[in-house]
Design a protein around this ligand. Sequence first.
Ligand code: DX5
Ligand code: ZN
Length: 224
Amino acid sequence: MKRIIAPSLLSADAGCWGREVEEVAAEGIECLHLDIMDGCFVPNITFGPGQVGMLRKYGDMEFDAHLMIVEPEKLIPDFAKAGVNSVTVHYEVCPHLHRVLQMIRELGMKAGTAVNPSTPVEALAPVLPFLDRALVMTVNPGFGGQKAILPMLKKVEWLKKEKAAGELGFQIQVDGGVNRDNIGEFLSAGAENLVIGSALYQPGKTRENIRAFQEIMTPWQVEA
Ligand code: DX5
Ligand code: ZN
């Protein structure tokens, strides 16, 4: 099983996002996590498809849009046009989740679904065969720099079990509060794509942080 880290641009310096994307691209980062917040589903606002499109030229890694917005289906086509490769919507805002996942795939992107800490992960059971990515939130969405809620790792273990039992293809992603001290717990539980914001993007230390995380992850890359 391949494990990767996905830097969250939310913690980068917004005054020079282009350079911040280039910097992680130079370290071989394969997936960049873009936190899209609407001030409605979550109590914070970030950026939209326009800004994402402008960033596209700074790196050719996977652009992974984590939509923390209500009615995501209204903006999904714009994110496709902006050059996003994968879109994750929140279970809590999608009464017609299967339809939204189909829409994402029809637009040529990978389809993901996230669950808030208070949402049972078993709610995803009916859509697991239609997912390219399942995202377990280990903080309440809205802000970077929060402490991980580690009991959420039980959800990761459940997903890992379901994935193996059903021979399913989705990737297990975790998001919130991952740092050098606790990343081992996320990896042990079965996380494959680890979003890291505040513990990765730090002025002058971003590249050394990426290398440190990659070194910690090395033994986990060999596990079947
Ligand atoms: C929270 C976002 C996360 C966040 C991660 O709503 O979805 O992606 O930026 O940042 P850290 O790693 O600082 O928790
Ligand atoms: Zn996120």
